[in-house]
Design a binder for this molecule. Structure first.
Ligand SMILES: [Fe+2]
Ligand SMILES: [Fe+2]
Length: 202
């Protein structure tokens, strides 16, 4: 899957050639939140869902930020995402996923891109952050409904308690380390695809 190509948030100029297709325009001003929490994102795993609710809220705060607050709000989102992904990576490591499984790889790629956006923002370049924020509104539902949903099912199947790390059904742990995503929508072949859905640096 290719990275999301953003469309203009407002009316885009029409090309002089007569082509009426709106040209992509950079995101340069605050926009309405592009993603809101809904039942479609609920994975019935409170620890995971609470983190995802916070992610959606922080992303909305970025999208609605004026330039003066954009970098600090992006910093808050990056810090939260670092903890969010790290938490899920620990859960995977605790329950039989191989290091570098596709879900972990996607986390690493996305976090790297978000940090690149932060570095650009700290240099006064705000458009990349606004572009990435838009792309996250598309990327996150897909990630939650595939990789995170698969992880939630896996954690439930082994009786994993995220608060304590206790596994109540160790007999359900995989005999071989999982290199795919652990969900019905993912397979080991997804690892080569794991970077494809990550937001891109504008
Ligand atoms: Fe997640
Ligand atoms: Fe995840």
């Amino acid at each position: 899957m290719n990275a999301v190509t953003a469309t203009a948030p407002t009316d885009a100029p029409v090309e002089a050639s007569g082509n009426t297709s709106p040209a992509p325009a950079p995101f340069t001003t605050p926009v309405a939140p592009g993603l809101q929490w809904s039942d479609a994102l609920n994975l019935a795993m409170p620890f995971m869902d609470q983190t995802h609710i916070e992610f959606v809220d922080l992303l909305a705060a970025v999208q609605t930020a004026e330039n003066t607050e954009l970098v600090s709000r992006w910093q808050a989102l990056v810090d939260h995402t670092d903890a969010h992904f790290g938490q899920e990576d620990r859960w995977m490591a605790d329950t039989g996923f191989a290091p570098g499984s596709c879900h972990m790889t996607q986390h690493a790629v996305v976090l790297k891109v978000l940090r690149e956006g932060l570095a650009l923002g700290q240099q006064g370049q705000w458009a990349p952050i606004r572009q990435m924020a838009h792309e996250l509104t598309v990327w996150f539902p897909h990630h939650a409904q595939t990789m995170d949903a698969g992880l939630a099912l896996h954690l439930k199947s082994v009786g994993y308690d995220p608060a304590t790390g206790h596994i109540s059904e160790p007999e359900a742990l995989p005999a071989l380390a999982i290199s795919g995503c652990g969900g019905s929508s993912c397979s080991t072949s997804d690892s080569s695809d794991a970077t494809a859905t990550a937001p891109e640096t504008a």
